[in-house]
Design a protein around this ligand. Structure first.
Ligand code: XBP
Ligand code: MG
Length: 227
């Protein structure tokens, strides 16, 4: 079916943001004197859990089960709030560029009259900060389903289903762009076709269910993407 909308994932797809997320987590842990340090190999494993709060909880469950006490969710929320503040400050200044081809594809899609949307498990403030830092306008995206309004994280399809509901389009009228196996599974579970462009942290993720896989989108035209 002809495509009327492009739905973008954010982290790993629009930009290589996960190192900034990791550093923000570590700075937060240091500020609170927790002594936790997430190095890259560990963070690669933790990324299998979508969502920052869920990621912290998974880490506590695995590494600090003694901390699984009532009130943990509140402590995690406090840590996560600080992490979001650190992350948004870092990316709003333009520290992280868009991945190759993203700015051009967004422009091509707008010129072609395609509707644009965002479906992410990250916090809305993070998306807005990244857009501020990279020159993408939030106004170009008709709807943005973030963790604030779709709290059940990928691979659950909640964010994608919400986008479809808001766009009032059937799944087969949209194409999704994702970087991770969790993201591809979420989009597929919502009945969407997915183009996958793995990021640094998801280079080894399975692409099962993706319609096509591109190392990056630098030389990929909108026509090829919609192919
Ligand atoms: C990837 C994620 C995000 C971020 C953390 O999201 O798992 O949760 O790593 O963001 P995407 P928060 O769906 O965009 O690939 O700390 O705000 O949860
Ligand atoms: Mg992603």
């Amino acid at each position: 079916m002809e495509k009327h909308a492009l739905i973008f994932d954010v982290d790993g797809t629009l930009a290589e943001t996960e190192e900034a997320h990791r550093l923000a987590f570590n700075q937060t842990f240091a500020e609170y004197g927790l002594g936790w340090v997430w190095d890259q190999p560990l963070y690669g494993k933790l990324l299998k859990v979508s969502g920052g709060k869920e990621r912290i909880r998974a880490y506590v469950q695995d590494q600090h089960p003694d901390m699984l006490v009532p009130g943990l969710d509140l402590r995690i929320a406090t840590l996560h709030q600080r992490k979001t503040a650190i992350y948004t400050k870092a990316v709003a200044t333009g520290a992280i560029p868009l991945r190759p081809g993203i700015a051009r594809l967004v422009a091509e899609a707008r010129d072609a009259g395609l509707r644009l949307a965002i479906a992410t498990t990250t916090t809305r403030a993070n998306v807005l900060a990244l857009m501020q830092g990279t020159g993408l306008s939030p106004d170009w995206f008709e709807t943005m389903a973030c963790s604030d309004d779709a709290p059940v994280k990928k691979p659950d399809p909640q964010a994608y289903l919400l986008v479809l509901e808001r766009l009032k389009l059937p799944a087969d009228a949209c194409l999704t762009i994702e970087d991770s196996a969790n993201g591809v599974r979420a989009a597929r579970a919502a009945g969407l076709e997915v183009v996958m462009t793995p990021s640094a942290y998801t280079a080894r993720d399975k692409a099962d269910g993706a319609r096509s896989v591109w190392p990056d989108l630098e030389l990929v035209s909108l026509g090829q993407l919609l192919g």
